[in-house]
Design a protein around this ligand. Structure first.
Ligand SMILES: [Zn+2]
Length: 487
C-alpha cells in the first residue's frame, strides 16, 4: 500500500502543477479577451444599475429606494440632496449626511466579444454596453444601445422611433428583458404612507363616494362589496393629480414628464357567491381607453376604445387559472403602443399594429389614467401595484434625435441612451471630442459610439453597492439581492 501511494505522489504533483498552469493561462486569456470588471460611476442607468448612491427606507411609507448625489461628485465625498422624493408615496424626506446612507456603485462584469463579426455576436438594440468616453480616453461610460448603424433615431414623447434604409419611421419596442428592468414603481399598495393626513399622497378615490361598495382604500387590501351593480375607483397620484410623472430618487426632480406607458397589476380573488363576478382594469393612454375584464367563469377580455370611435374587442380567451375563490395575479399593460393582458404571469392577449399603433402626428402632453371597476359580486385585491416605463426626455441640452429632427447613423455608428433619462449625459448631448477620437478616417462624429471604442456588453452584477468606510476605505458588504444578470 505504501509503495503504490509513493508511486502516485509524483504524478499527482505534476497534475496539480498542470491544473494550476492551465488555470493561470485560462484566467489570463479570459481576462484579456472575454471579461473585465467595471464599476458603475454615475446614476445614469438607475434604477437598474446604480452608481455611487444613497439608500433610504422612506420614513413615510417604508419603501426602500436609492437616490443620487446632490451634484455629480466624481471622486469627492458623496453629498446627499437636502430632500429626496419617495418614488412610491411622492413625499419629501431629508436623507441627512450620515455616511451610513451611502453606497458605492454597482460592479459589473463586461464580456468582450468579437462584435465586428456581427450575427449572433453583434450588438443588438437594448443591449447595455461599456465603451470609452468619446471626450476622455481615461474614462468609461455604460449606456443602453437604442440606434444601430444606418438607422435614423428620433425621440418622440418619451419613446424611441427608428427609420432604417427605405423604411418609414417605426416605434422601437423594448425587448422583454430590457422592459423588465425599465419598469419603475409608481404606486405599491403594500406601502401606504402613515399618517395619511400629512400632505398629498398617492391613493385611490371612489367615483361613487362612501356608498361605492369599495372599502380599505388606504389599506393593503382593497375590497368591493356591491351596493349597486358596478362601481369604479380611480388612481390619484402626486398632490391630487391623476397624471403620473417620471420622477424617481435618482433624477433629483429633474423629471417632470407625464408618462403614458403603464403596468397595472393586482392579486384578484373573486367571491364564490356570485356567478357574474368580474373585475375590470381600465387604462386610458392619451385618447385611447383599454379595458381588461377578468370574470369568475375564467373569461378574459381586452377591449379598445379610441376617442370618437366605437369600442371593439381585441380578443377574449379562457384562463384555467382564473376561478372564483382562488387568488390570481392579473395585469394590464400598455407600453410602446402595445396593450397586453396577463393572468398568473402568462400573457394571454396583446394588441397588434392594426389594432393599435402610434398616431401619424404626435401632439399634446402624454397622459394616462387608471381605474379599477368591480361588478355584481364581492372581490378582493391584494398586492396592487402600478409601474411606469422609462420616459426618454429632451432638454435644452439635447442636440440630436429630437422630435422632428431624426439623427442619422452612418455605417459602424451606434446611438446610446441612459435608463435614467432625465439625469443621463448620453448621445443626445455629447459635443466634446477627445484627442483619441480626432483625425480618424472616417471622421468621428460626436453623439455616436464606434465599434473600436466598445469595451463589451455588461452581463453580470457581481458585488454591488459596497459601503464606503472611513478614510476612503471600502467595507465589503455586498447587497446579495442585487447580484444578477444585466438586462
Ligand atoms: Zn414613501
Amino acid at each position: 500500500v505504501q509503495d503504490s501511494s509513493k508511486a502516485a505522489a509524483p504524478a499527482n504533483g505534476i497534475e496539480i502543477f498542470q491544473t494550476i498552469l492551465t488555470a493561470l493561462i485560462l484566467a489570463f486569456v479570459f481576462r484579456a479577451f472575454f471579461v473585465e470588471a467595471f464599476i458603475i460611476p454615475t446614476g445614469s442607468m438607475a434604477e437598474g444599475l446604480l452608481g455611487r448612491h444613497g439608500h433610504l427606507v422612506c420614513p413615510k411609507c417604508g419603501w426602500e429606494f436609492s437616490f443620487g448625489p446632490a451634484m455629480p461628485a466624481g471622486d469627492e465625498a458623496f453629498i446627499a440632496p437636502e430632500t429626496v422624493i419617495c418614488p412610491n408615496c411622492d413625499r419629501p424626506t431629508d436623507p441627512g449626511q450620515d455616511p451610513s446612507i451611502q453606497r458605492a456603485g454597482d460592479r459589473v462584469i463586461v464580456h468582450k466579444w468579437p462584435f465586428e463579426i456581427g450575427g449572433p455576436f453583434g450588438i443588438r438594440r437594448w443591449d447595455v454596453i461599456v465603451f470609452r468616453d468619446p471626450a476622455d480616453p481615461e474614462s468609461n461610460y455604460i449606456k443602453r444601445v437604442v440606434g444601430l448603424p444606418d438607422e435614423s433615431v428620433e425621440i418622440i414623447r418619451g419613446d424611441v422611433y427608428i427609420a432604417s434604409a427605405g423604411d418609414p419611421s417605426r416605434i422601437a419596442r423594448k425587448s422583454a428583458a430590457a422592459q423588465q428592468v425599465l419598469w419603475t414603481v409608481v404606486h405599491d399598495q403594500n406601502h401606504r404612507p402613515t399618517p395619511l393626513g400629512q400632505g398629498a399622497s398617492s391613493s385611490w378615490q371612489s367615483d361613487g363616494g362612501p356608498d361605492s361598495g369599495w372599502s380599505g382604500l388606504n389599506t393593503r387590501v382593497l375590497r368591493f362589496s356591491p351596493n349597486d351593480s358596478s362601481n369604479a375607483i380611480r388612481f390619484v397620484s402626486n398632490a391630487g393629480h391623476e397624471t403620473i410623472y417620471d420622477d424617481t430618487g435618482n433624477n433629483n426632480r429633474l423629471a417632470e414628464n407625464a408618462v403614458r406607458d403603464l403596468r397595472v397589476g393586482a392579486e384578484l380573488t373573486l367571491d364564490r357567491s356570485g356567478a357574474g363576478a368580474r373585475l375590470r382594469i381600465e387604462l386610458t393612454c392619451d385618447d385611447t381607453q383599454f379595458e381588461a375584464t377578468f370574470a369568475a367563469d375564467g373569461e378574459v377580455t381586452l377591449e379598445i376604445e379610441p376617442e370618437g370611435a366605437p369600442r371593439t374587442q381585441v380578443a377574449h380567451v379562457r384562463s384555467a387559472e382564473l376561478r372564483s375563490g382562488v387568488p390570481v395575479r392579473v395585469e394590464l399593460t400598455q407600453v410602446d403602443y402595445r396593450a397586453a393582458v396577463s393572468v398568473a404571469g402568462v400573457e394571454l392577449i396583446r394588441t397588434n399594429d392594426s389594432q393599435y399603433q402610434p398616431p401619424r402626428s404626435h401632439s399634446g402632453r402624454p397622459m394616462s389614467f387608471v381605474r379599477l371597476i368591480g361588478h355584481d359580486s364581492p372581490l378582493t385585491l391584494r398586492n396592487v401595484r402600478i409601474d411606469r416605463d422609462v420616459y426618454y426626455t429632451q432638454s435644452y441640452r439635447s442636440r440630436r434625435a429630437i422630435a422632428g429632427e431624426p439623427f442619422h447613423l452612418n455605417a459602424h455608428e451606434y446611438f446610446v441612451l441612459g435608463d435614467n433619462s432625465a439625469n443621463s449625459h448620453d448621445a443626445r448631448e455629447w459635443y466634446r471630442v477627445g484627442p483619441h477620437m480626432r483625425g480618424r478616417d472616417p471622421a468621428y462624429r460626436a453623439g455616436t459610439v464606434v465599434p473600436d471604442q466598445i469595451v463589451g456588453r455588461a452581463f453580470f452584477v457581481y458585488l454591488p453597492s459596497l459601503v464606503p468606510g472611513a478614510n476612503g476605505s471600502v467595507v465589503r458588504v455586498p447587497d446579495v439581492g442585487r447580484v444578477r444578470f444585466v438586462r
